[in-house]
Design a binder for this molecule. Structure first.
Ligand SMILES: Cc1ncc(COP(=O)(O)O)c(C=O)c1O
Length: 393
C-alpha cells in the first residue's frame, strides 16, 4: 500500500494487495527466455514435504466426515501447548484456556484487531505496527475501525520499530500493537530488552501486544526470543495483555496446510474464541492431525534451518552485505525499486517485490519500504547464489 486515504470507504483505503500490484507492474514484460525463472517474490517455502504428512493424512482421512472444532480439537491444542513450553521454556501453558488453532495465521492476524479492538471508542484507537509491514496488519487496523500508527523501521536503527519516541498521549490511545519478530521483510529480531520495554509500556498505558513470530524457527545464528518467554521472565506468568501467533507455513514448510497457533492471555483468548465461534475459521480434522504431528517433531525443522542458513551464506558470499538475523528474506537497498524489479524480471528472469508495496505512507510520514526490494531465499543454496549473481549483474 503506498498511501492511506483516510477519507475513503474502509475497503478502498486498503489499496491493492502487494502481489496484485506486482502482477500489474510486470504485465506485458517478457522475462529473459534464456534463463530459468527464479521466483523470489513470494515468501513461500519450497522445501520437501516432511515425511510424516502423507501417512498421517492417510490414517485420519475419515475425519473429513466430521465438523472440526473452531478453537482446535484438544489433541492439537495439547501439541501446541507442549511445543510452546519446549521452545520457549514456558512453565505454564494451558491448552484449554491459553491456546487456539488458527487456519493459517494470516486470517488470525487480521481477525485479532476485529475481535480485540473497540471501534466505538470516542476517538478511533491507534493500532500500531512496523513500517514496512506484513500488509495484513494494516488492512486489519483499517477495517477494524482503528487508526493505523506506523513505526518507521530504517537501517539507521537496525530496522527496529521505534518505541522510544512515541509520546504518552499516543500510547494512551493505543489499543493494540503488532510486532513482527523475526521481521518480514527486514529480518530484524526483537531482543529481551525490546520486548521488556514494550510490555512495560503496555502495562502502563493498557494496550495489547500481538507478536507475530511466524519466522521464529528461521534464523541465522541465535534462536529468537519469544514474547511469552519475556513476559514470564518479568513475572507476568499469565501473559496478561500478550498474544503470540506462529505458523506451520514457515516452520514446517507447509504453507498449503493453513495451520498456525494463537496463544497467550486467557482473557484475550476467550474473547477471540467467542469472535471465532461466529466467524468459524476451523481447520479440517485430518489437517489438524498433520499439524499436531508437525508441532511434535523438530527433526524436519532442523533440516530446513540448515538449508536456510546455507542459502543465506550462498547469497551473501556473492552479493556481500550483512546477513539478516532472522527470516529467509533479504532486504536490499536500491535506487528505484519498481524500475529495478522490472529490469531484473526482463533481463535476469528474477521475480522480486518492490519494498514500497510492503510499506505505507500514513499520518506518521513516509513509506519506509521505499528504496528497497525484498527477495525470498526459498529455493535452496544453489538458487540463492544464482539469484545473487543475477542481482549483481
Ligand atoms: C510476517 C508474516 N506473518 C504471517 C504470515 C501468514 O502466514 P500463514 O497464514 O501462512 O500462517 C506471513 C506469510 O507470509 C508472514 O510473512
Amino acid at each position: 500500500m503506498s498511501e492511506i486515504k483516510h477519507d475513503q470507504h474502509r475497503i478502498a483505503q486498503m489499496g491493492e494487495y502487494p502481489f496484485a500490484r506486482l502482477a500489474q507492474l510486470l504485465k506485458g514484460i517478457s522475462p529473459n527466455p534464456d534463463l530459468q525463472m527464479i521466483d523470489a517474490g513470494a515468501g513461500e517455502p519450497r522445501l520437501s514435504l516432511p515425511s510424516f504428512v502423507q501417512p498421517t493424512l492417510a490414517q485420519h482421512l475419515s475425519g473429513f466426515s466430521k465438523y472440526p472444532s473452531t478453537a482446535g480439537n484438544d489433541f492439537l491444542r495439547e501439541s501446541i501447548a507442549n511445543w510452546l513450553k519446549r521452545r520457549f521454556g514456558l512453565k505454564h501453558v494451558d491448552a484449554q484456556t491459553q491456546v487456539l488453532s488458527a487456519n493459517g495465521t494470516r486470517e488470525a492476524l487480521f481477525a485479532a484487531a476485529h475481535a480485540l479492538v473497540n471501534p466505538n471508542a470516542k476517538q478511533p484507537p491507534f493500532i500500531m505496527m512496523p513500517n514496512p509491514m506484513y500488509q495484513i496488519y494494516l488492512g486489519a487496523a483499517i477495517t477494524a475501525g482503528g487508526e493505523p500508527y506506523l513505526q518507521p523501521c530504517i537501517s539507521d536503527n537496525g530496522f527496529s520499530p521505534d518505541i522510544d519516541h512515541i509520546t504518552p498521549d499516543i500510547w494512551d490511545n493505543t489499543a493494540l500493537i503488532y510486532v513482527c519478530s523475526p521481521s518480514n521483510p527486514t529480518g530484524w529480531v526483537a531482543d529481551y530488552a525490546y520486548y521488556k520495554k514494550l510490555l512495560k509500556l503496555a502495562e502502563k498505558h493498557d494496550f495489547y501486544v500481538l507478536a507475530d513470530e511466524c519466522y521464529s524457527e528461521i534464523y541465522y545464528q541465535n534462536k529468537p526470543i519469544g514474547l511469552l518467554e519475556v513476559a514470564q521472565g518479568m513475572g507476568n506468568t499469565t501473559y496478561k495483555r500478550c498474544l503470540v501467533m506462529n505458523s506451520l507455513s514457515k516452520r514446517s514448510a507447509l504453507p498449503g496446510l493453513r495451520s498456525g497457533l494463537i496463544a497467550g492471555d486467557a482473557d484475550l483468548i476467550a474473547q477471540f474464541a467467542k469472535f471465532r465461534s461466529y466467524s468459524g475459521p476451523a481447520t479440517p480434522l485430518p489437517l489438524q492431525h498433520i499439524a499436531a504431528a508437525a508441532w511434535d517433531d523438530e527433526a524436519h525443522v532442523q533440516e530446513h534451518l540448515q538449508i536456510y542458513r546455507q542459502s543465506l551464506d550462498a547469497f551473501f558470499d556473492v552479493y556481500g552485505g550483512q546477513v539478516p538475523a532472522g527470516s529467509f528474506f533479504v532486504w536490499l537497498p536500491v535506487e528505484n525499486e519498481e524500475a529495478f524489479v522490472r529490469e531484473k524480471y526482463e533481463h535476469q528472469a528474477v521475480k522480486l517485490l518492490p519494498g514500497s508495496y510492503l510499506g505505507a505512507a500514513g499520518k506518521q510520514g513516509f513509506n519506509a519500504g521505499s528504496g528497497y526490494v525484498r527477495a525470498a531465499l526459498v529455493d535452496g543454496p544453489e538458487k540463492a547464489a544464482e539469484l545473487a549473481r543475477r542481482l549483481k549483474a
